[in-house]
Design a protein around this ligand. Structure first.
Ligand code: CA
Ligand code: CA
Length: 356
């Protein structure tokens, strides 16, 4: 059968296209590096045809390509907040990040074990755990935990790799962190950053992320070796309003009132925690005065403001001791109360409002 030149080229093209698959079974060379198995497939395409009564044959150049043993998992970010109380939530393993970017890609396990740090390599803390729950919302002042699954950033299966993470807020704060792989060959990079309510004013790269009311945080992992974003996620921030003591006639804030959070069932001062859910917080504060938590952190309050960030579950009331010339909380008297009968309208006190 005579083959036209055009058909001959087509035939050869098919042969080139099809031969690699035919040869692949005999031409696969596998090599392993640690637990990560990569396959290198080497192919030579061969075409043959009859022309002028003679058998013609031609071989292509050598083509090699790598075949991953497992399909690549796209990078992803999960964001967590500390689980309130005990019993709920899951354990997050992380290493304390460094609040700077680092060009050094990895820390060898041997150095990690001996503390002998290679030149330029970031010091890596031992692993910590936190009980957390996944979220896309956070209260201002809570620590923000994040976990980045990025197999591409696990460049050395025998070393703790690091990943640069940039956190930004819509108020203009920006924190650049070096986040470490949880294990040498996990491909998972987890870390935490404290958030801080505004005020005080935003300060970039101070290792704390300032957020305002209805803020949004963007967590972005940077592709190793470039400035491009590998993967990012947004977190909505809810800022609980501060309590406010104000003049019921003028509406002006009133500083200097002692406000106590009281357990309504026991009458005892409530157990209060700082925004991190762990650090002690005073159960009695003075409106408009800076509040200092059990770890010595200062939380400035604007005029008339007070704040009880977190407490245990239960029923609570506020007790207010107003400064002079104010005398008492504003209360609405009960109406229609008769002995043995419920009042038509119960008494109602708004302890944040006081009369003079
Ligand atoms: Ca690694
Ligand atoms: Ca900051």
């Amino acid at each position: 059968m005579r083959v036209s030149p055009s058909l001959r080229r087509l035939t050869a093209a098919f042969a080139v296209a099809l031969l690699p698959f035919g040869l692949a079974q005999g031409g696969v060379h596998a090599q392993s590096t640690g637990d990560a198995t990569a396959r290198s497939v080497t192919n030579v395409a061969e075409a043959s045809w009859d022309e002028g009564g003679a058998r013609q044959r031609i071989s292509s150049n050598i083509v090699r390509f790598e075949v991953s043993a497992q399909p690549a998992v796209p990078p992803s970010i999960r964001v967590y907040r500390r689980a309130p109380g005990t019993g709920a939530g899951s354990e997050l393993v992380y290493r304390t990040p460094r609040c700077t970017a680092s060009a050094a890609p990895a820390q060898r396990l041997s150095a990690l074990n001996t503390g002998d740090l290679a030149g330029g390599a970031p010091a890596i803390s031992s692993t910590s755990t936190a009980t957390v729950q996944q979220t896309d919302r956070l209260r201002g002042g809570e620590p923000l935990f994040f976990e980045i699954n990025a197999a591409a950033a696990n460049r050395d299966p025998a070393a703790i790799d690091s990943l640069t993470v940039v956190l930004t807020t819509i108020e203009g704060d920006r924190e650049t962190m070096t986040v470490f792989e949880t294990e040498a060959n996990s491909g998972i990079f987890a870390g935490v950053i404290d958030t801080l309510r505004i005020p005080p004013a935003v300060v970039q790269e101070d290792c704390r992320l300032s957020v305002g009311a209805d803020s949004r945080i963007t967590v972005a992992a940077v592709r190793p070796g470039s400035d491009a974003t590998l993967v990012s996620a947004d977190v909505t921030v809810l800022v609980d309003p501060f309590g406010m003591v104000f003049d019921s006639e003028t509406g002006e804030p009133v500083s200097g009132a002692r406000v106590t959070l009281v357990n309504a069932d026991t009458g005892a001062p409530a157990i209060v925690f700082a925004p991190d859910g762990v650090t002690a917080w005073p159960s009695s504060v003075v409106s408009g005065q800076t509040i200092t938590d059990g770890a010595g952190n200062a939380f400035p309050m604007a005029a008339g403001e007070f704040w009880f960030p977190l407490t245990t579950q239960g029923r609570f009331r506020l007790a207010v001791e107003p400064p002079a010339p104010y005398t008492a909380p504003l209360c609405r008297a009960a109406r229609g109360a008769r002995p043995g009968h419920a009042p038509e309208r119960p008494a109602l006190c708004d302890p944040r409002r006081i009369l003079r």
